[in-house]
Design a protein around this ligand. Sequence first.
Ligand SMILES: O=C(O)[C@H](O)COP(=O)(O)O
Length: 286
Amino acid sequence: MATPLSLSSLFTSRLNTTTPSSVFPIQRRRRIILVTSSAGGGKPTILVAEKLGQAGIDLLKKYANVDCSYDLSLEELCTKISLCDALIVRSGTKVGRDVFESSRGRLKVVGRAGVGIDNVDLAAATEYGCLVVNAPTANTVAAAEHGIALLTSMARNVAQADASIKAGKWMRNKYVGVSLVGKTLAVLGFGKVGSEVARRARGLGMHVITHDPYAPADRARAIGVELVSFEVAISTADFISLHLPLTAATSKMLNDETFARMKKGVRIVNVARGGVIDEEALVESA
Ligand SMILES: O=C(O)[C@H](O)COP(=O)(O)O
């Protein structure tokens, strides 16, 4: 299965000799690598299938023909892709086997402008010799800050109180919140976003534990976070924050069995992917 490279690494390093010959550095000083048009000679063609920042589009336009076409149906995407050397998507476009098949070998790279690559069929990309790259640090702080925003507003019932007051009610006793200070937060997934959430939660005076089989112990220690088993994480937490990719191993990781082992009244923040939680089980156990 293909391992996603980072977009920045694709653009800043030379590819090794096993890469397709149509990949070459065209701008040595900044070591930018782009993919040639298989039509030969001309600029490569990049399909941007979801909205990106204009600065990014302008940069691409210096080196490639850029087709910004949003909200394509699968059929439209499959038709266009046979004329494209590269495709850039966010999380809303499913890049499945059909897309690689339809490209008939012309598509050389799929750039995921973001972190999660669960919308790209990596096995099919590998079979069709197509690189998949992502931008793993692009939105780390935004996701961490959003996680903390949800954590604090959930603790203080901000959304419910806001809706209530907008409905003309004043129910301050109903929406009394809970303190975060001294409470235990379990961060599931101690990667880039999870670590930044943990760091911020420590600043709020929380006791932070984490479960992540790949987490470096020294990083956890440096932030003052305790590495624990999955069992300890879910059974001792007052709050749980999810920062996991959606894979076969993490799909429905929180399910009826795990909900049964959690503390009563535990609050969960999910800024990862919805599929990490079995939503039917969540509704049942709420
Ligand atoms: O995986 C990610 O980077 C985030 O979920 C953001 O996805 P987006 O590019 O669709 O906003």
